[in-house]
Every structure is written in structure tokens, then in C-alpha cells.
Write a protein that binds this ligand. Structure first.
Ligand code: PLP
Length: 369
């Protein structure tokens, strides 16, 4: 199988795998007082430092807090639930881990999106200026999971500050692909997810300014300074920490490799199939993502046909059930239903080879006649 679906999840990094292997046989509950328990505690504290290093808060660990969760979804839900009595400002292209809980709370003010896929900052400012709510949150993802388009989070943070709003950024698709500097972005909260950058599934984290008082959404034994009760997933947290350290060391090289492969794919694709379109090609994107519009064709059929030929890609608008729906991201950019239904996403890793891309293009061409 040639795997080209790295935005959905990616392989565990070999160093994380080695670490998991090593820890697997030890019954470590970090809350236990005995030696094995204390070892577990030191494993998760090391992971916290590694993540802090990657996100640029290692030297200020007193001012910033990292809370481990089971997923990116959970980390974002903690933030959203803490603004249940406020007003949330977000675009339609946010991941369902933001859009669903805000929909459920009924307190979201939808911010317009420009046709190039970027949030409309003027609309954000206008909506914030009209808001009479005291407690406001802007939630803006670093990069979109479907298109890869990078959002102007720093500029949005500036506007948020002007109107006394806090700002959260879902950095799940950014980590391991572009540098993420929490302090430089001037945000209050960031969400990350281990399985998107080589840590395997089962751990995510919420990073936030420590002065912000946060209420838990899960109550119990008081782990993670009472913000996230439940015995910590030591293996997944350790694997995420190790993956963060590897990202920190190799980010520039990885990004270069991903970009070369992705650009090769796009050039060859447009040469071979001039009827296809690539979303956001003129705008800054994370270096591994290509969203292809293939008008007149049905994405679901393409994904299944490619699967049968041994290629893993996803439809651009696949929701968690894997079914093709209407992509809120593409809708917000003004694409037609026909275009949305034809969208397929190819997301490469730094390990993807030119040979794999050539094979993919050949198979895609054969199916797409
Ligand atoms: N945010 C974005 C942008 C994502 O792409 C995803 C996963 O696809 C998530 C959040 C959810 O992360 P997790 O799978 O860790 O819940």
C-alpha cells in the first residue's frame, strides 16, 4: 500500500516506537508514590519539556501550561466548554472538534472567509467590535486539514486583543510541518495532537497561558493539575514527546522534503491532467497537502478505486465516518457542490518518494480517463 493520507494520521516515528517498546512492560501509574510510579511521572514530565521545546515555551514553563489529553479533539473541547457563557468567533472551515461543540453551545458567531480560503480579518474585526459580550474567544486554526491553507493567526490575535477577546488556535495540522511559536503568535491556547506528527494515537495536548483559570470537562482523580482527570496514557504521551523532539531537530529538512515531493506531484498532475484544479496553490500552505478538484468525477469512487489499486488517499470532504459530504471548507470558499464532491486530498510525508508519486499519478490517470 502506498500511503498518501498523512493528514489523517502518520506513522509513529522509529524513536517513539523504540521508546514505547521499552516502556510497554512497566506498569507505570504516574500518581503512585513508589519507584515505578515516580518513573512514570518523570516520563510524562520529560514529554512535557519536549513539547514545550517544540512550541517555543521551554524557557517560560512557569508562564505556560501544557495539559495532556487523549486527543486534539479533547483539548479543543476543553477550551470551547470554558467559553460556554461567552461568544465564540470562528470560520466555517474549522475542524469538527471546534465547529460541533460551538454549534451545540449555540454561541458561535461565524466569521466570513475570503475566496482564497483565508479568514476575512475585516469581518472578524467588525463582528468583534459589534459584540457586547464580555467573554469572547476567537478560534482560528493554524492550517486547514483539507486544503493545507495557513491562516493569519498572529494578525487575528492582534485584532482579538484589541477587542478584549482571547484567542485559541488549533495547531493540529501545523505541528511537524511548519514552525509553531506559541509566544510569537501571541495566542492564549493551542491544541496539538500526537498522531499527526509521529507520536501515534492516544495523546494530545492543550497549551495555554497559566494565568488563565480553566475548568475541567472531566472530573476525577485530579491528574494534570485537576484539569484532566484520568490516569495518564504514559506510552502515548512519551511517544508524543519523543516525536516532538524529533520534529524540533528535523523540521527544516522534513519541510523541504515534503515540499519537493508535493510540488513534484502538483506540477506533474497539472501536466498530465489539465482539467484538474489544485485548491489554494497561489496561497501559503503547509508543505505536504494537495487538494485536487476533479470536476465531473465523484471523489468517493476515486478513493475506492485507488484503494483497490493500493493507494491510500482521502476524499477532501470525508468526515469521520469516511463518507463524502459537503465540505464546509470548500463551501466557505465558494466552490460548487459538483466541485466539492470531486475533491480528493493527497497528503505526503517527508518519507514519501518520487517513485511513489509517479506510481500514484499513473494509477490516478488510468482511473480518471
Ligand atoms: N484539528 C484538525 C485540524 C485536525 O485535522 C484533526 C484531525 O484530523 C483534529 C483537530 C482532531 O485531532 P484528534 O484526531 O487528535 O482528535
Amino acid at each position: 500500500m502506498i500511503y498518501l493520507d498523512h493528514n489523517a494520521t502518520t506513522h509513529m516515528h522509529p524513536s517513539s516506537r523504540r521508546l514505547v517498546d521499552e516502556l510497554l512492560l512497566r506498569p507505570m501509574n504516574p500518581s503512585a508514590i513508589h519507584k515505578i510510579g515516580r518513573e512514570g511521572k518523570s516520563v510524562i514530565e520529560k514529554a512535557r519539556r519536549q513539547l514545550a521545546e517544540l512550541l517555543g515555551v521551554r524557557d517560560n514553563m512557569r508562564d505556560y501550561r501544557i495539559t495532556f489529553t487523549a486527543s486534539g479533539t479533547e483539548a479543543s473541547n476543553i477550551v470551547i466548554q470554558n467559553f460556554r457563557d461567552g461568544e465564540i468567533f470562528a470560520a466555517n472551515f474549522e475542524h469538527s472538534s471546534i465547529s460541533k461543540p460551538t454549534e451545540e453551545l449555540g454561541n458561535v458567531n461565524i466569521v466570513d472567509v475570503c475566496s482564497n480560503g483565508l479568514i476575512d480579518l475585516e469581518d472578524l474585526e467588525r463582528k468583534l467590535s459589534l459584540s457586547t459580550t464580555g467573554r469572547k474567544l476567537v478560534s482560528l486554526m493554524i492550517a486547514n486539514n483539507e486544503t493545507g491553507i495557513i491562516q493569519p493567526v498572529k494578525e487575528a490575535a492582534k485584532i482579538a486583543r484589541k477587542y478584549g477577546a482571547m484567542i485559541h488556535s488549533d495547531a493540529v495540522q501545523g505541528v511537524g510541518k511548519i514552525p509553531i511559536d506559541f509566544i510569537g503568535l501571541d495566542v492564549d491556547f493551542i491544541t496539538v495532537s500526537g498522531h499527526k506528527f509521529g507520536g501515534g494515537t492516544g495523546a494530545g495536548a492543550l497549551i495555554f497561558r497559566d494565568e488563565i483559570h480553566m475548568k475541567p470537562i472531566i472530573y476525577g482523580g485530579g491528574q494534570e493539575r485537576s484539569l484532566r482527570s484520568g490516569t495518564e496514557n504514559v506510552l502515548a504521551i512519551a511517544a508524543m514527546g519523543e516525536a516532538a523532539a524529533r520534529c524540533k531537530a528535523d523540521l527544516a529538512e522534513r519541510a523541504k522534503q515534503m515540499r519537493q515531493i508535493r510540488d513534484y506531484l502538483e506540477v506533474k498532475l497539472l501536466e498530465k491532467m489539465p482539467n484538474t484544479k489544485i485548491v489554494g496553490q497561489e496561497i501559503d500552505r503547509i508543505p505536504n497537502t494537495t487538494l485536487i478538484l476533479n470536476s465531473g468525477k465523484d471523489a468517493e469512487t476515486l478513493v475506492i478505486s485507488l484503494d483497490l489499486k493500493g493507494f491510500a488517499i482521502s476524499s477532501g470532504s470525508a468526515c469521520s465516518s469516511g463518507k463524502v459530504g459537503e465540505s464546509a471548507t470548500l463551501r466557505s470558499m465558494g466552490y460548487s457542490l459538483e466541485e466539492m464532491k470531486s475533491a480528493i486530498r493527497v497528503s505526503v510525508s517527508y518519507n514519501t518518494t518520487i517513485r511513489e508519486i509517479d506510481k500514484f499519478l499513473q494509477a490516478f490517470g488510468e482511473i480518471n480517463k
